[in-house]
Design a protein around this ligand. Structure first.
Ligand code: SF4
Length: 349
């Protein structure tokens, strides 16, 4: 049994069934989430018999760092995390002046098939809540106990396509580490039912929506599955519901592709959509993938695009590239960790 797949109540029920008092669950929870220990023997306030029983019947580890690559300039660390069945997923630690952001994967592969993304070209399985949580805890360990202050579900996979496990992981990390819900961001390619379900939770979790195109025809080309599931207008309406119920500002992610979606008309329409939601816009420079038909927009076009947003009063940022030196882009390290030297990939979302 993987303990990080269990809620605190489930752990309590388990320990009661083993003849333990309920408060043992709080002690175990503390060791797992606050102390992040890897060995039941370190849980010194638990009785020896219980520690033995746990080591025989339960597991603490859901993933392991198989490979790490650090960008010597930005300090970004990219991890290939091995799962118990041998699959490998990616996680990234992004260092900022005010703390570390942990970027976690929610699936092994992705079913959405976005045309610019290497992760969308393969599908293995859903991650469990424990596997998502343990990526976060492993990063903390690797950084010498320095716990990340923010979590973004923006690694491999579409988080809202693994809704229950993702939300359980967020709730448990909130409960176990004391991090505020405002410290979590769920990034989606735009699954409207998932956005509305998350809105109904009424939690102040940040939502980032990968828009990447302002009209349905182009979105269909770039993100065929996501575009088939919801038209742009319906997606924007769902974002309005989310912003209203969560009290959080939605972010529109927009990958700038040379000659594809970076025209002034695109910026105008994007400003209109962002204005309806009062969304923040994050412009993302494209990291070239060998064999990809897409190229990065030239700096002048990025500047003109941003100027149009500014004129329209839309708040925007151009994503800092904190990992270019280590290929911090979705799919790349996983390919290497799996034994292939293929240097393919693009940041998820
Ligand atoms: S961009 Fe995100 S949703 Fe699209 S295929 Fe890649 S991982 Fe999946």
């Amino acid at each position: 049994m993987q303990l990080k797949d269990q809620s605190r109540d489930e752990l309590e029920q388990l320990l009661i069934a083993w003849g333990q008092p309920p408060y043992r669950a709080a002690q175990l929870w503390h060791w797992m989430y606050r102390k992040s220990v890897r060995d039941f023997e370190e849980m010194t306030d638990l009785p020896v018999d219980l520690r033995r029983q746990l080591s025989q019947r339960a597991r603490l580890d859901a993933c392991w760092v198989r490979q790490r690559r650090e960008d010597p300039v930005a300090g970004t660390v990219k991890y290939a995390m091995a799962l118990s069945d041998g699959l490998v997923v990616e996680a990234v630690a992004l260092r900022y002046r005010d703390g570390v952001t942990a970027c976690l994967s929610s699936q092994a592969g992705c079913r959405m098939g976005c045309s610019f993304c290497a992760s969308g070209k393969s599908w293995e399985r859903q991650l469990t809540s424990g596997e998502i949580i343990d990526q976060f805890l492993r990063i903390g360990e690797d950084l010498g106990g320095r716990r990340s202050s923010r979590v973004v579900l923006m690694g491999t996979g579409e988080p809202l396509d693994n809704y229950e496990a993702v939300l359980q992981a967020v709730r448990r990390l909130h409960d176990g580490t004391g991090m505020s819900y405002r410290s979590f961001t769920i990034s989606t390619c735009g699954l409207v039912p998932g956005i509305l379900k998350l809105a109904a939770e009424q939690l102040p979790i940040n939502l980032a929506v990968s828009l990447h195109a302002v009209d349905d025809a182009l979105r269909q080309r770039l993100m065929p599955r996501a575009a088939r599931l919801a038209r742009v207008d319906r997606l924007v309406a769902a974002c309005m519901v989310y912003a209203e119920s969560s009290g959080r500002r939605v972010t529109f992610e927009y990958l700038l592709l040379d000659g594809v979606n970076d025209r002034v008309e695109d910026a105008r329409r994007l400003a209109d959509l962002a204005g309806r939601v009062r969304a923040h816009v994050n412009l993302i420079p494209f990291n070239a993938i060998p064999g990809s038909p897409y190229r990065r927009s030239p700096p002048g076009r990025v500047a003109a695009f941003g100027a149009r947003l500014r004129e329209a009063g839309v708040a925007f940022t151009v994503r800092r590239e904190l990992g270019a030196g280590i290929d911090a882009a979705c799919g790349q390290l996983r390919q290497r960790g799996s034994g292939s030297e293929a240097d393919v990939g693009q940041r998820s979302q």
